[in-house]
Each structure stands twice: as C-alpha cells, then as structure tokens.
Design a protein around this ligand. Structure first.
Ligand code: ADP
Ligand code: GLC
Length: 473
C-alpha cells in the first residue's frame, strides 16, 4: 500500500515530544514490513541543513489565501524513509516550532501544501495518515476532494490522536481564507462556537486511531474527552488503539551513540559506568550504590509534576539521588531549581531540551518516575524498560498498557504501577521500588523482564497495516 504520513514534527528533523519520535519511526517501520510509505513534514528553521539532501520540488506553487505561495520541498531519508520537507519560510522559519497565535494557519498551509505535493509526486496514496490537530485540515480537504478530483477518488484517511488536550482552536470566521467555505466543511470544524482542527479530523476521517488501547477507552469519557468524548463514542466503531513502538536504531543501550558505555540484558556492567558518568556530569558525589530517580519531560500538569513535587522530599530523605531534565511551566521549573539548591549533593537539574542528556539519563538512572495525570502512550517508560531503568508509573493510558506491576513472589512484572492520583499512592510505589533496588535478585529480575520485552515498531507497524487494510476495504 502507498501511505503518506503527515506530521507537524518528526525525528530527526524536528521534535518537541513523543509525536516527533513516532512520526520519524513509523514510515520506516511501514517500509520494513513491505509498504510504500513516505513522510511529509515542515522544514523548520530548527531542521539541520545536513538532513536536507536535495530539493525535490523547486516550484511547489500553492494556491493560498487568494494568491500563490511559492513553497519548495526538500528531500531526505535521514529518518530511514523517503521524506519531503515543506519549505515555507514565513510559516516555519521561526524561533520555536509551536506557540504562535496563528499556528492554525501555519498548519492549515502545511496540510494544503502537502496534498499539492503528493499530487506532484505521482501515484495517489491509498492512505493519508494524519497525526493530531495539525493535520485535521487535510482530513476535511480530502473528504471534499475525493468527490470532484478523480486523483483522490480511492484515497482514504486515517487520523491518529496523540493528545486530545491540544485541539488547534481558532475563529470560525477564518475558515474561508483557507478555502473551507461549504456547509460540510464548516460543520466539520465547528465546535462550541469555534473552529477546531482536532474535531474536524475526528469528524470526517475514514478511520481513527490512538496510541494505546486504554487511552482509546479513556478518551470516550467526559473526564478525559476534552469535550469531544461524545464524538469519539459516536465513532467508536472506527477507533482503534495501537501502542507506539521504540525505534531501536535510536534507543538501544547496546549501540546508543550518546552513551559512554554500552550494555545489554545479559551484561549490565556498562550501565554502572553510565551511572557514574551521569553523576559526574551533574557534579554529584559518586556513590554507585545509591539509586538515581529520574524524570525527563515537558513540565506540564499532564505529567503529574505536582505528585513528584509532593514526594521529592521523601525520596531525598532515603539518601537517593534525583535527576530531572525538562522545561515548561515556570512554577515547575522553579520547583526543580529550588530542590537542587536545597540538596545540591543529591539533586541534578537540567532546564531545557537536551536530546543527548535524555539518552544518558535513561541509561544512568535506576528508577524512572512517570506519574502522569493522563498519558496517551508515553515513550519514556518504554525507553526506560529497554535501558534497564525501572519505571514507576500511574496506571493510565499507555502507561497502563506497557508497564506491569512487579510481583516479588512470582517474579513477574517490569515496573511499579499505582492507580489513584495521590502522593501517598505514588510514594508507596516509590518505596516498593527502593525495597526491590536493595534486593539484588529482585532488581535483576525486574531489569531482565523490562529489557527483554519486544516493544519494537515492527509489531506496531503490522497493526497499522491491518488498520489501513480495513480502511480501504
Ligand atoms: P509527550 O509526547 O507527551 O511529551 P512522550 O513520553 O510520548 O511524551 O515523549 C516525550 C519525548 O520527548 C521523549 O522522547 C523524551 O525523551 C523527549 N523529551 C521530553 N522532554 C525532553 C527534554 N527536556 N530534553 C530532551 N528530550 C525530552
Ligand atoms: C503525545 C502524548 C504521549 C505520546 C506521544 C506520541 O505527545 O502526550 O503520551 O506518547 O504523543 O504518541
């Protein structure tokens, strides 16, 4: 099948979170299982020049807002699949990837340009795979195009929800500027008096998916549906949950280029060396027998930062280290800074985004904390499993689907998991993790169970192929 994957971010061209990891890996994985997949993503100012192999289309003149926008498309295979990067400087050459009042217009343009590009490339795709609100516009455009442009007649859309909390809302009055003027189009976007690109994607795509089975159910409840649960329930016969995979070319402790030492499930001596280097990098006293509790995340309420704030003092009281990498809301950034000032010999903090450090923390830490309020899938718990770093997670979304609570008697499970969103429940699991840490056999078993799990993209890609087949049939 010919599959065009559209995403606002994709590794290694751009990344702010898990969507980038997923969109970079999925087309490569689809090709590995025999499908003709390619990726289309914006070329940001942040996209490194070395990834832009050549210009694929010099004159991608896109009809836009009553005129023409002279865009280009670069070509690359830096992520392991054919990739086209839409170059439109006024929209994408900016200080950050998101965060502008007219983001909706930037991605409306990206969608429109991507469809124009696909048509230039030749054979129509069987599937256009859209990701998150940034791609809701193409769902509507294609629903319309397939009736009057024979090129698109047999193309179907799959829309993947990575995070329902971000919906791409804007004024309904803007729609006509992007060529959406029919009642059908207006109704597709209309949501509570506004236009929502997420709602449009959910309403008109041929098939819907999300990034774990559990989140697929959770999003159909008022508590987690962000006002769209009714629509998801209405379309639940078209909604599938497929857990993300891990790109082992990038996240593998045996080959990871960011690490000073390598290891695998059979020989973990390299992990000890990674731990030593991590402590040194944070200028912490090196005591390899004390556990390191780590967290890498966007600092937003979604990630359960307030639970971590509530238990941090108790963790430090046990003598353990805490290492945190992240950036985001000021109140959370301030908290981590203050914690470091309070216990400079036990706490390491890096504020900001640092890809290389993320790898070194996954390898050097002992326990990974992920007490999310909600978590569509979550990738760090899966990276942690692979790196022999034991996850302590809340049983929501993809965390519930990928982490199994450890049972010391039977020796089953790969992490620690609590359900109720409360500091006490979280702390209980932290203590259980600590208890296991000081029991060498239990810890070894936990690490083995996590490191030998097959969370490969190959599994996930096969499920997507099945979903695509169902969509076109
Ligand atoms: P989300 O997409 O909701 O942020 P995920 O767990 O799916 O959560 O993915 C987060 C991805 O972003 C992981 O690859 C993680 O390592 C990375 N990441 C998050 N914050 C940072 C940071 N400050 N520096 C480097 N990588 C980060
Ligand atoms: C979103 C979710 C995260 C998921 C990622 C990739 O950013 O918050 O849970 O892993 O998308 O699907």
């Amino acid at each position: 099948m010919r599959v065009a994957v559209l995403s606002a971010e994709a590794v290694p061209y751009s990344k702010t979170g898990g969507l980038g990891d997923v969109a970079g890996a999925l087309p490569k994985a689809l090709r590995a299982v025999g499908e003709d997949a390619f990726l289309i993503t914006p070329c940001y100012w942040q996209t490194r020049g070395e990834y832009l192999w050549h210009t694929a289309v010099h004159d991608l003149d896109v009809e836009w807002r009553g005129g023409r926008y002279p865009a280009k498309a670069f070509y690359s295979e830096a992520n392991g699949s054919p990739t086209f990067l839409i170059d439109a400087p006024s929209y994408f050459h900016r200080d950050s990837i998101y965060g502008y009042v007219e983001d909706y217009e930037r991605f409306a343009f990206f969608n429109h340009a991507a469809l124009a590009l696909i048509k230039r490339l030749g054979a129509p795709p069987d599937i256009v795979h859209l990701n998150d609100w940034h791609c809701g516009f193409a769902a509507v455009e294609l629903a319309h195009l397939r009736f009057w442009d024979s090129y698109w007649r047999d193309t179907r859309t799959v829309f993947s929800i990575h995070n329902l909390a971000y919906q791409g809302g804007f004024d309904l009055g803007e729609l006509w500027k992007f060529g959406f003027s029919s009642d059908f189009e207006r109704n597709a976007f209309a949501f509570n008096g506004y236009a929502s690109a997420m709602k449009a994607g959910l309403a008109v795509s041929d098939m819907l998916s999300t990034v774990s089975r559990t989140y697929g159910y959770e999003m159909q409840t008022p508590a987690n549906g962000y006002g769209l649960d009714w629509l998801l329930r209405e379309r639940s016969d078209r909604l599938y949950g497929i857990v993300n995979g891990v790109d082992f070319d990038i996240w593998n402790p045996e080959t990871d280029r960011e690490l000073g030492a390598h290891y695998n499930a059979l020989d973990l001596s390299g992990k000890r060396e990674c731990k030593r280097q991590l402590l040194e990098q944070f200028s912490l006293p090196v005591d390899l027998d004390r556990p390191i509790f780590a967290n890498i995340t966007r600092l937003t309420a979604q990630k359960g930062i307030d639970l971590m704030m509530a238990v941090a003092g108790d963790i430090l009281a046990t003598g353990a280290y805490i290492v945190s990498l992240g950036s985001g809301e000021r109140q959370y950034e301030n908290f981590w800074q203050k914690l470091r000032d309070y216990a400079p010999r036990q706490v390491g903090v890096f504020r900001g985004y640092n890809e290389s450090l993320a790898h070194r923390i996954e390898a050097g830490a002992d326990v990974f904390m992920m007490p999310s309020k909600f978590e569509p899938c979550g990738l760090n718990q899966m990276y942690s499993l692979r790196y022999g770093t034991i996850p302590v997670v809340r049983a929501v979304g993809g965390l519930d689907d990928t982490v199994e609570n450890f049972d010391a008697v039977s020796g089953t499970g790969n992490g620690f998991k609590f359900r109720e969103y409360s500091p006490d429940k979280f702390l209980e699991k932290i203590y259980e993790a600590l208890f296991a840490y000081y029991d060498k056999d239990a810890w070894r078993k936990l690490q083995w169970n996590g490191m030998t799990i097959d969370n490969s993209w190959e599994n996930a890609a096969r499920k997507y192929v099945e979903l695509y087949r169902r969509t076109v049939s």
